[in-house]
Design a protein around this ligand. Structure first.
Ligand code: UD1
Length: 338
């Protein structure tokens, strides 16, 4: 029996992916320093799945701590989520972002190499497509031209891992570029729990619905889209989590670097999301139109062909499912994990 190491496994996407991996029969070890997550998420992963999950509150930029994990467990594959992820914050503190997000991948890969573990699934983002305008984005669309340090760290991590494969073709690297993960596990026990004021649309929307925030700011209604608001490819976090299970299987089977978009392939505007949310939850969402947010593109959505063909994976859940599940999580945990 071998283990899958999930770095950042107590975080939003990490926790859902742990549930999906455990439900698929994998054994999971989590490393998360809890700098932007809570231990309660790990307890809830255990309670949803009824599985034992070993947890280490380690900082994975620290090779000594990582060594302990690789010495104690027979790790076969790493799913690497751990990292900083707030775009605005990355502009204010670029060095922190470059240090944490690059050093974690470098330390992890060095320790993996020492232990002969050469399989890694890396959590990248559609943000690497930068301000390239032609949608849908395919994996061959140009990358770079990033608009903030967070995005550059994702892009640079992709380069680092590709160079590792170039130096040793026995490595197997699967890079997943996420579009906009939203929603929560249907149990309502795990979900997105942002610290402070949410930056992203869905957590803002659910906090308005629960009465924690007064109204939703809509950043721009003059985009060249059907109703003037920005278009994004929202994907249910459990679909995304299941995409990781397929990616781990692929990673264990193959060699080299594989890159996949994980999205639904459908674009929805901010107004469409608000309407779907109102319909799914029977709540009215007060909103106010605000100026465009700096760095936003008008439309971003995925071509999902490659993931369907090679990972045999497709998103299944609808925008209504995303709204219902996000709301169930928010309503049953109005203060997030406490
Ligand atoms: C953002 C990040 C992206 C990151 C992703 C993670 C920016 C510029 N980009 O993507 O790098 O990978 O989150 O999920 O922050 N909106 C509102 N009101 C709000 C919040 C958002 O109208 O209060 C609009 C935005 O203008 C956009 C859409 O909703 O059109 C989605 O925004 P958001 O959820 O922040 O995601 P992205 O900007 O796509």
């Amino acid at each position: 029996m071998f283990d899958i190491l999930v770095t950042g496994g107590a975080g939003y996407i990490g926790s859902h992916t742990c549930v999906a991996l455990l439900e698929a029969g994998f054994s999971v070890v989590i490393a998360d320093d809890l700098s932007n997550s809570k231990f309660e998420a790990v307890s809830r992963i255990r309670s949803i799945t009824g599985n034992k999950v070993t947890f280490y509150p380690y900082d994975i930029t620290d090779e000594i701590e990582l060594e302990r994990i690789f010495t104690r467990h027979a790790i076969r594959c790493v799913v690497h989520f751990a990292g900083k992820k707030a775009v605005g914050e990355s502009v204010e503190m670029p060095l922190e972002y470059y240090r944490t997000n690059l050093l974690s991948t470098i330390s992890l890969s060095r320790v993996m190499k020492r232990h002969g573990v050469k399989n890694i699934v890396f959590s990248s983002s559609a943000t690497v497509y930068g301000n390239s305008k032609k949608v849908p984005y395919s994996e061959k669309s140009p990358t770079g031209n990033c608009t903030n340090p967070y995005a550059w760290t994702k892009w640079m991590n992709e380069q680092i891992l590709s160079d590792v494969v170039r130096s040793d073709p026995d490595w197997s690297v699967v890079i997943l570029r996420y579009f906009n993960p939203v929603g929560a596990h249907t149990s309502g026990k795990i979900g997105e729990d942002p610290l402070g004021l949410p930056n992203n649309l869905f957590p803002y929307l659910t906090q308005v619905a629960v009465g924690k925030l007064e109204q939703l700011p809509i950043y721009g209604s003059d985009y060249p889209t059907k109703d003037g608001t920005g278009i994004r490819d929202y994907i249910h976090v459990m679909d995304l989590a299941e995409g990781h299970v397929s990616a781990v299987r692929k990673c264990l089977r193959d060699f080299g670097v594989q890159i996949y978009n994980l999205g639904s392939g459908k674009g929805h505007s901010v107004f469409e999301v608000i309407h779907a949310f109102e319909e799914a939850t029977a709540r009215k969402i007060p909103y106010v139109i605000c100026p465009r947010r700096e760095g936003d593109v008008s439309a971003s959505y995925a071509s999902t062909k490659k993931a369907a063909e090679e990972l045999h994976w497709k998103s299944r859940r609808t925008l209504a499912d995303m709204c219902t599940d996000a709301w169930r999580w928010q309503e049953s945990n109005p203060q997030g994990y406490c």
